[in-house]
Write a protein that binds this ligand. Structure first.
Ligand SMILES: NC(=O)c1ccc[n+]([C@@H]2O[C@H](COP(=O)([O-])OP(=O)(O)OC[C@H]3O[C@@H](n4cnc5c(N)ncnc54)[C@H](OP(=O)(O)O)[C@@H]3O)[C@@H](O)[C@H]2O)c1
Length: 312
């Protein structure tokens, strides 16, 4: 792939930037890890010392020195930086969720188009062979028996567990599991069900959100999302059903670094061929649209979004 980007830089200096993006890029045989940039140049230099490349004084300095950026920053910081990098002609590999509001997500999509660059969202599960093999089997069953009619997805983080690396993550605390775990659940369901047209939702304990999604053509799905599950109640599972039976999503056994390396390969292929990947910024924008619709529903006065149950 002679036209594929080779020089990669990481925007971000936190846990995920170092242990996933940085580690995967440093080990990737076809790319060069040029370095890191964040809000603190000293931290960027420290991370680079541990992982590879060098620390840059600012995101713009790093953007100027690479062919592509990968971004591991809070989503509201990520979106404007992704748009800036794309408009500067850099290919962009973003994290989920792309943004925390729809205008910011739309601007990244516009920037990717204007910059004529490739984009990809790192939806962890969709870069794991255990999951992609299962999705392929599910698509084959749907082709044989008819489309899937429904799905349920429970995604529960345990951010309050001792030692959880995301315990101090401000955007997670503010926006909860809807925005952190919701993109993972949606990424799997939208591989098997048509786009979401309408949503409704209710609240549970702490940050828990339970959403009902109505898909084009009549399928319905349910999401149960949190990142503050009690000890022993975390983890994720999903199931899909229809004329092809009922099937549970398997666990994945690969590493996130190997998955991220596959995402890098997909971004490079999209850049080399000029053919957008199915998991591009527009796909990430569509997930933000669903999450924003759920949030809008939840913001309604309780009397407008729920029907009270008659007491005896
Ligand atoms: N795909 C997955 O499975 C997966 C897993 C984990 C994370 N992620 C994604 O990766 C992204 C980053 O996640 P994270 O957990 O590392 O987030 P985070 O802990 O909330 O923040 C990451 C780092 O960003 C920097 N930062 C925080 N606020 C900032 C601000 N206002 N301006 C500039 N920098 C700021 C901080 O680094 P400094 O203090 O060093 O500046 C912080 O350590 C998120 O989109 C998340 O969803 C994805």
């Amino acid at each position: 792939m002679s036209d594929a980007p080779r020089r990669f830089g990481v925007l971000g200096t936190g846990h995920w930037a170092e242990t996933c993006h940085g580690a995967a890029l440093a080990a990737h045989p076809d790319v060069e890890l040029v370095g890191f940039a964040g809000r603190d140049p000293a931290r960027a230099a420290e991370v680079a010392d541990r992982v590879g490349g060098r620390g840059f004084a600012s995101p713009d300095e790093l953007i100027g020195a690479v062919d592509a950026v990968t971004i591991a920053l809070p989503p509201d910081v990520q979106a404007p930086l992704a748009a800036r990098a794309a408009r500067a002609g850099r290919h962009v590999l973003v994290e989920k969720p792309l943004a925390l509001d729809l205008p910011a997500a739309d601007d990244v999509v516009a920037a990717v188009r204007e910059g004529g660059v490739a984009s990809l969202v790192h939806t962890t599960y969709l870069f794991q062979p255990d999951i992609t093999d299962w999705l392929e089997q599910m698509r084959a069953l749907a082709a044989e028996h008819g489309p899937w009619e429904g799905a349920i997805a429970r995604w529960a983080g345990t951010i309050d567990a001792p030692g959880n690396p995301y315990g101090a993550s401000a955007w997670r605390r503010e926006r909860g599991g809807l925005w952190d775990t919701g993109p993972h659940a949606l990424s799997v369901l939208l591989e098997l069900l048509p786009p979401v047209e309408r949503v409704s939702a209710g609240r549970g304990a702490r940050d828990a959100v339970n959403a009902a999604l109505e898909h084009t053509g009549g399928a319905g799905s349910a999401l149960s999302l949190t990142l503050t599950a009690p000890a022993g109640a975390g983890g994720s599972f999903a199931a899909v059903w229809g004329p092809g039976g009922r099937h549970d999503m398997p666990r994945f056994h690969g590493t996130v670094q190997d998955g991220f390396a596959r995402a890098v390969d997909r971004l490079r292929a999209a850049a080399a061929t000029g053919v957008p990947d199915a998991l591009d910024a527009a796909c990430a924008r569509d997930a933000v649209a669903v999450l924003a619709a759920v949030e809008e529903h939840l913001a309604r006065p309780v009397g407008e979004r729920t029907t009270p149950v008659a007491r005896r």
